[in-house]
Every structure is written in structure tokens, then in C-alpha cells.
Write a new protein. Structure first.
Length: 180
């Protein structure tokens, strides 16, 4: 199943496309996870091709299960499409009050507005795809200032400080975005 969501181009930045991950993304996935900043904020770093295959297989299984939707974020460039990040909608279940939005940006794409454009596109897709969802949450550790800025740029409003819980050693922030 191919699902795409696009953010529009602006004079200063190209648009991004959200699409399902594919087997041919493996090398760029491993390359993205070589970044120590990315590894700092993720629970399951990908360091080998075998780990990347398992990660990609899990992303596909999650789509099938219907509770987690992981998108590759790609950008059209002069020499073709390039992976620039990942966005995910987690916990789409009746038991959960609000699904959670997560994301990461590849080191080579940071500072260009990729994360806000991708999170905004994912949020629009989530509210369209799941009309019963009234709210999305974005969580991050208190020391992840960049994630706090992304949440604010995307219209997520700070709600509360959450106590630390494994695997995260520090307290966190919960930001929310309401449908409509």
C-alpha cells in the first residue's frame, strides 16, 4: 500500500514527502543512524544492515497491525530522492486517549525545517485518516530543546512535565495538538 503525504515547497525550502519505508531505504537508514545525536534520542539505534532490515520489517508489520504508522521522509533533489527523516504515529488504539507523534531528522537535513514540515504533514494525515482521534501528543525529554521548538512550530501546545521513566533518564514534556 502506497500512502503519501506532501508538504508544499516554499521559496526557501523544498517540500517533503512522507511514504512507507522500503527495502531500498536500508543504506540511507544505516547512514542516518551513524549520527550520535540521533542515537542519543532513540531507544533502538540501527548500527548494522541486519538491524536495519529488522527495523524496516517491524515498520511494515506495524502498518499491518494498524497501531503504528512509520513514514520515511524524503526530499526531491536534483540527483533524485533523498531520505531526510522519519515520522511515526504511535498508539492508534481505542484504549489510548491520544496517539503519539514521533520523529527524527537525518543530520544532513537538520536546520532546514524538515521536522516541522514532516510533523505537520503527519498530523494532517492522522486527523484525516482517523476522524475519531481528537488529539495528538508529542513527547520529548526536557533537555531536547530542538524537539520543543518543533512541537511549538507545528502548533502543539505544552501541556505538562512528565516524570522520568525508563528508558528515558530525565523528565519529559507533553505537547498536544487538537483536531480542527
Amino acid at each position: 500500500m502506497l500512502i503519501e503525504s506532501r508538504s508544499p515547497d516554499t521559496p526557501s525550502t523544498p517540500g517533503v514527502t512522507l511514504r512507507q519505508w522500503r527495502a531500498d531505504d536500508l543504506d540511507e537508514l544505516v547512514q542516518a543512524y551513524r549520527d550520535p545525536i540521533l542515537r542519543r534520542w532513540t531507544r533502538a539505534p540501527v548500527t548494522t544492515a541486519a538491524e536495519a532490515r529488522r527495523w524496516l520489517e517491524a515498520a511494515l508489520r506495524d502498518w499491518t497491525d494498524g497501531r503504528r504508522y512509520t513514514f520515511a521522509v524524503v526530499e526531491e533533489q536534483a540527483d533524485g530522492t533523498r531520505l531526510v527523516g522519519n515520522v511515526v504515529l504511535k498508539g492508534v488504539t481505542p484504549e489510548r486517549p491520544a496517539p503519539e507523534v514521533g520523529y527524527w531528522t537525518a543530520s544532513w537535513a537538520r536546520g532546514r525545517g524538515v521536522a516541522p514540515r514532516a510533523v505537520t504533514a503527519l498530523s494532517r494525515w492522522a486527523f484525516d485518516r482517523f476522524p475519531e482521534v481528537a488529539r495528538l501528543d508529542l513527547l520529548h525529554q526536557v533537555d531536547n530543546v530542538a524537539s520543543c521548538r518543533v512541537a511549538q512550530k507545528c502548533g502543539f501546545v505544552f501541556q505538562e512535565v512528565l516524570p522520568a521513566r525508563p528508558p528515558f533518564p530525565l523528565d519529559g514534556h507533553r505537547h498536544s495538538l487538537h483536531a480542527g
